[in-house]
Write a protein that binds this ligand. Structure first.
Ligand code: GLA
Length: 400
C-alpha cells in the first residue's frame, strides 16, 4: 500500500468515513555514525522508501481513536490528558505526540487515526520516529491554521518548522516513552532527500546533503532476525555511560564540553581518567565521528572500497568498544562480509538486533542472496531477509 487512495480506503474500511488528511514518513538507514547523535556527534543517515502512512479526520468530542494495522488493535483515549485514560504500549507514541502538540499550543481535539505502511518494526530502521513524525504531520495538517506556521517554534532563534517537529518527536520518545534517544531519526525522516545522505551535525542540528550515487553498487539491508527494543535498558545505559565519560573528562579538561570536542589523538590523553568500560565507549564515539568524515570523503571520491572499509571498521568498533552486538549478529556479519563483492557491512541502529547494511557490487547481489538462503533458521520479514534500499525523500502530508 503506497498511495493516497489505498490509504484512504483503509481508513474508510476502519472508520466508515473519509479521511481529510494523509501523511507519510519514511524509515531510515544510518550509513555510519552510530551512537554519536546523543553526544553531539556526526551521523550520515538516509531516508528509505518503506514508510509509515497515517490517515486522519476530526470527530465530534474529545476522543482520540487510533488503529494500527501492525498492532492490529485500536486504542482510545481522552485528549484532555486526564491521567486515568492514558494508553500504554504503542499508544504512548500517539498520546505523546498529542500531548506535545497541545503543549505547543496546537488545539488537537477528537480524531480518528489510521496507521499503516510497510516499514518493519524493530529492525533498526527507526520505525518509532517515523510513526511519530507521520502522526505529527497529519495532526498539524488537521489542526494548525495555515497562517500559523511558526507556532511550534520555541526559543529566541527562528527555526525551520521541520527542525521543530524533529525536536518534538525526540521529546515524545524521550519524555513520554522513556527512550533517551538523539535527534537523528526524526531529523532524517523529515529532511531526507532522494539520492542523498545527510551529513547531520548533532551539535548544531544542521545538515548538508551528500550525493549517494555509487554506480555499480547496491545498498542491501539484511535482517538479523532479532527484533530490538530500545527502551529495554541497554540503550539508556550507553547514553548514561557517554554522559558520565564526558563529565569525567570535563573535570580534567575544562575546554572539553562534550565527547565531540575530542579527536582520536587527544582522546588518549584523557583515557587514563576513565574506567575501562567508559574508555571503550569514548573510543567508539570519537573514532566514529572520524569515520563519518572519512566516509563522506570516500563518497565524494566515489571510492566504494574506502567507504566499505569504514563500514567494517565502524562495525568492529560497535562490537568491541560499544558492545551493542551479539554472537549471532557477529556470525552473520562474518558470513556477509565474506561474500564476494561485499565491500562493507555493519549493524545499523541502536544495536542488539535489527538489520545489517551491506554495500555490494551489483553483479554480486545474487551471491549475497544465495548465501543468505543457505543459512539455517532465519526469521524473515522480507523475501530472503534481504531488502535493497535507496535514498528516498523525507516525510510529506496532504489535505484531501
Ligand atoms: C536509535 C536512536 C538514535 C541513535 C541510534 C544509534 O536509532 O533512536 O537516536 O542514537 O539508535 O545510532
Amino acid at each position: 500500500m503506497t498511495d493516497l487512495d489505498s490509504v484512504g480506503t483503509c481508513f474508510t474500511g476502519r472508520f466508515g468515513s473519509q479521511p481529510t488528511v494523509v501523511a507519510r514518513a519514511p524509515g531510515r538507514v544510518n550509513l555510519i555514525g552510530e551512537h554519536t547523535d546523543y553526544t553531539g556527534g556526526l551521523v550520515l543517515p538516509f531516508a528509505i522508501e518503506p514508510c509509515v502512512w497515517v490517515a486522519a479526520a476530526g470527530t465530534a468530542g474529545n476522543t482520540m481513536t487510533a488503529y494500527s494495522e501492525a498492532m492490529d488493535h485500536p486504542i482510545e483515549f481522552s485528549i484532555d490528558g486526564s491521567p486515568t485514560t492514558k494508553p500504554d504500549r504503542w499508544g504512548k507514541y500517539v498520546d505523546g505526540v498529542v500531548a506535545e502538540l497541545r503543549a505547543a499550543g496546537i488545539r488537537v481535539s477528537g480524531t480518528s487515526l489510521w496507521i499503516g505502511g510497510d516499514l518493519p518494526i524493530g529492525r533498526g530502521l527507526a520505525s518509532s520516529a517515523a510513526l511519530c513524525v507521520a502522526i505529527t504531520q497529519a495532526l498539524l495538517r488537521l489542526y494548525r491554521p495555515s497562517d500559523d506556521r511558526d507556532q511550534l517554534e520555541t526559543g529566541p532563534a527562528p527555526l525551520a518548522t521541520h527542525l521543530a517537529v524533529a525536536r518534538l518527536v525526540q521529546r515524545v520518545e524521550r519524555d513520554h516513552v522513556g527512550t533517551p534517544c538523539g535527534i537523528m531519526d526524526p531529523y532524517v525522516c523529515l529532511f531526507g532527500k532522494r539520492d542523498h545522505a545527510l551529513l547531520l551535525d548533532c551539535r548544531t542540528d544542521t545538515h548538508e546533503y551528500v550525493p549517494l550515487t555509487l554506480p555499480g553498487f547496491r545498498w542491501m539491508l539484511i535482517e538479523t532476525g532479532i527484533v530490538h527494543q530500545l527502551a529495554s535498558g541497554a540503550y539508556a545505559q550507553r547514553v548514561t555511560e557517554c554522559n558520565a565519560a564526558a563529565e569525567a573528562i570535563a573535570k580534567v579538561a575544562p575546554g572539553v564540553r562534550s565527547l565531540r570536542d575530542l579527536t582520536p589523538q587527544t582522546l588518549e590523553e584523557y583515557v587514563p581518567h576513565l574506567d575501562t568500560v567508559l574508555a571503550r565507549r569514548v573510543r567508539h564515539v570519537v573514532t566514529e565521528n572520524d569515520r563519518v568524515r572519512q566516509s563522506v570523503a570516500a563518497l565524494r571520491d566515489s571510492d566504494a572500497d574506502r567507504l566499505g572499509a569504514c563500514l567494517l571498521q565502524g562495525h568492529r568498533s560497535l562490537c568491541d568498544q560499544f558492545e551493542v552486538s551479539t554472537p549471532q549478529i557477529e556470525e552473520l556479519v562474518h558470513v556477509v562480509s565474506r561474500v564476494s563483492g561485499v565491500v562493507g557491512a555493519r549493524l545499523v541502529g541502536g544495536g542488539f538486533g535489527g538489520s545489517l547494511l551491506a554495500l555490494v557490487r551489483q553483479q554480486n547481489a545474487a551471491d549475497l542472496r544465495t548465501t543468505l538462503d543457505k543459512l539455517p533458521s532465519r526469521t524473515h520479514l522480507h523475501e530472503g531477509g534481504l531488502l535493497e534500499v535507496y535514498p528516498a525523500d523525507g516525510a510529506a502530508s496532504w489535505a484531501l
